[in-house]
Design a protein around this ligand. Sequence first.
Ligand code: NDP
Length: 369
Amino acid sequence: MIDVNRRKLVVAAGATLAASTIGNPAWADVAGRKLGYAIVGLGSYGLGRIIPQFKNCEHSRLVALVSGDPAKAKRVAAEYGLAERNIYNYDNYDSIRDNPEIDIVYVCLPVFMHAEYTIRAAKAGKHVMCEKPMAISAAECEAMIAACKTAGKKLMIGYRCHFEPTNLEAIRRARSGDIGKLRYFRSEHGFVQGDPSKWRLKKKLGGGGSLMDMGIYALNAARYMTGEEPISVFATEHTDRKDPRFREVEDMIEFELEFPSGVIGSCMSMYSANQNHIMLMGEKGRIELEPGTSYEGNRLWVGRGRENEITPPPGPGKTQWAAQLDHLSQCVIDNREPIVAGEEGLRDLRIIEAIYRSAREQKRLPLRA
Ligand code: NDP
């Protein structure tokens, strides 16, 4: 059951985090207790985006690598000054249990591996950060949550936009009534896929196509921007199955979300054009982000059109990634739940499953509250 009130609290907690962490003595009190992360999967995100961020963290440090490519792992370990004994592969991964330097495992693997490597980490006594989408099915998400609960370990999903200043300011403005009563949400997310052999274009490896990879940004934003949980969905898919890239997964998918307040969310993802856009319309104006969920350069306008560009206040960390990594470390230290815990990933996967079903059956489907 999606609890609308709880959701409001979670978003509020995120906003409070953004507003309160700068110069907050409680945050500063734990300075120096850096928790050790092991990065699993040295691909474009783990290696290219996450690993370089530890230099910006206050409470997190890189201590170990897990990779199927020993030469790459050795090179990265040397570059970041890691001991060679802290390099693991997918076979000896479970022996991380014997390494007290590793507090948290960050799963940066293709989606079909998320559940297995999260559950194995929990069984090895480690907390887990797992990339989005959380897993290929809601059933897998439930198993991941259960495994972390049984082990008494935290589970957080890599929803970096919850720590990104432009998104936090947009949430604050939407809640503050700047644009009046919200009526409509719109978001399109996509990029052009090339090589058909990539794991993102294999159903078994990615769990789906553009919706799993990019549409999830629109879906998650619809929920955190409105602060509501959708009560029904209707979806339509548009895919050229003769295109070698789209033999197994969808290219374009549109989905309309209905929210309890009457707000309509109109979302779209695609793998055949580049787009990254979020817009909220209210009775008195609109909030627009373009790009909205990029790594850098997100822009925000509030008003009737694009005449009033807003510079957001600094976020909770030096960068969105540093804030995300430090948030989980802080939650471990304080023994509290992350603002984007496993349950948040599960909610998105349940809705994603309903979107695919709605597109197949061409029916509006109610969503579990
Ligand atoms: P890549 O394909 O670039 O890297 C995945 C890595 O996983 C590989 O380099 C490899 O690392 C390891 N791996 C192990 N088994 C396999 C396999 N069978 N096929 C392919 N790779 C394998 O993917 P990304 O880094 O782009 O994505 C990883 C995760 O991060 C995904 O869940 C994705 O959705 C998420 N992501 C999140 C983003 C965000 O903004 N939050 C942005 C981009 C991605 P090794 O060689 O070390 O074994």
